[in-house]
Design a binder for this molecule. Sequence first.
Ligand code: PMT
Length: 222
Amino acid sequence: SAKQTFKGKQVLITSGPTQEAIDPVRFISNHSSGKMGAALAEAFASQGAEVHVVLGHGSIKPDHSNIHIYPVKSASEMYEASRNLHQKMNICVFAAAVADYAPKEIAKEKIKKAGEGMTIELVRNVDIAAALGQEKKAHQIHVGFALETENEAFHAKEKLKKKNFDLIVLNSMKEAGAGFQLDTNKVTLFSKSGSEQTSEVLPKAQIADLILKGIKNLPVEI
Ligand code: PMT
């Protein structure tokens, strides 16, 4: 059986896409499948952690007796569920692909087809990782992801600072075998203390193990 490196530790993982309702039948979302989050949850659970997965609708569900699932749809529901858990957590990993904007109003009835064009007004969503990052205590570790399409390392390091992460996992849409939907990923880990490590293209389970090693090596007493 796996080493019990995270025995008894409380771990929060956000995973999957958010859905932002437009009307009762339509929503804005993205391509996240929840595979990366599920691999992380199972890796932590098999190393002895108690894992709490706040899971976007329709995502892959991790399966282990140490894993608890909190199903959500919108970014604001994901925030509520995560905030309720946050204080008791030792480690938080923000693997979800959260919509940055949501429709200002959700139409009560199905929107009817009318003119040649239409406009939906959007408003900013809460940034879950950044908001909880402001409440992070010295004994807590926060790990973020960055999904980028250009200037990847620059943007990842900016997010590391801005969202108060200890570690950020960059995956690039430009790398073959990396990102959404696939069973593989290719990542670069950037730590707060300046270390940098790039992986090969590997199954998401092995990428998860690599991220757990990165977390274990952080200079934070949890
Ligand atoms: O689910 P899969 O199909 O397996 O794909 C995995 C993945 C590509 C979704 C995953 O590896 C990944 O990169 N997740 C983060 C995607 C993302 O939205 O990244 P971002 O660069 O927009 O966000 C930066 C960080 O802030 C992320 O940790 C994100 O969870 C967090 N965030 C962003 C916006 C927001 N409103 N709240 C947040 O918490």
